[in-house]
Design a protein around this ligand. Sequence first.
Ligand SMILES: Nc1nc2c(ncn2[C@@H]2O[C@H](COP(=O)(O)OP(=O)(O)OP(=O)(O)O)[C@@H](O)[C@H]2O)c(=O)[nH]1
Ligand SMILES: [Mg+2]
Length: 244
Amino acid sequence: MSTLETEAADADGANANADGPFTFDDLSVVMGTYNEEAAVATVLDDVERVTDGRAEVVCVDGSDDRTPEIAEEHGARVIRQEPQGYGVAVHAALTAASRDVVVTTDCDDTYPMTALPAFLEAVNEGYDVVSGDRLYHGAAAMPAFNRLGNHAFAAVASVLLGERVHDTTTGMRAYRREVIDEIEWTENTGLSAELLMRPLARGYDVRELPIEYAERAGETKLDPLAGGAEIAKSILKVGFEERL
Ligand SMILES: Nc1nc2c(ncn2[C@@H]2O[C@H](COP(=O)(O)OP(=O)(O)OP(=O)(O)O)[C@@H](O)[C@H]2O)c(=O)[nH]1
Ligand SMILES: [Mg+2]
């Protein structure tokens, strides 16, 4: 933390350190937002507080409630998009991000924005992808069905990758911008798993970082059965593609 703060004080231009160490001035926090009125203000306030208002925030929004207005009031760049699923929104948000380090999150107050400094620190240690592992601490706030499914997804992905991964479907990760730019992304609901699996299979430096996971504010946008089936399909598809 103190290193980040010192460097931030010295930095006299955004993105001045193209090769790191990165500061909050090099950080974009991006998310899909779909009727997240119950959570959006809290999530964006947390990002602002933790990063001293220095991170860029991008919301790709498909809402028909006041989410986009609230997001703009809280300083986010809002890109409107017809709702087409999680991955379509997050892919657009990743592409729109302008900084060297990009963190994804859900806009539902489940992920700890207080962990942003730890994610940035891990990127500064040299990791290309830092993946928030919700299951490490037990994820008591996660519905039991989802928890079971997420353990199963990680087990299958681990077999396909030949490397143990613990949480393949987490929504909170940090990526060096090159990782996003250098890989072609194909999945929608399964994008989160793809965003971990392809970099790992291609030799990027990936680490999982244990994070706390909180109960969701507002309604879920994912049908556990249909969404779960799509994610399973993506894990198998991406796993086999990367083995070829
Ligand atoms: N723009 C846009 N955002 C979406 C769409 N589907 C989901 N999202 C957003 O993507 C994030 C993830 O969706 P969630 O409903 O949290 O899905 P989940 O995390 O698998 O399910 P929970 O465990 O209930 O949180 C949230 O911020 C949603 O608002 C969509 O079609 N368009
Ligand atoms: Mg969520």
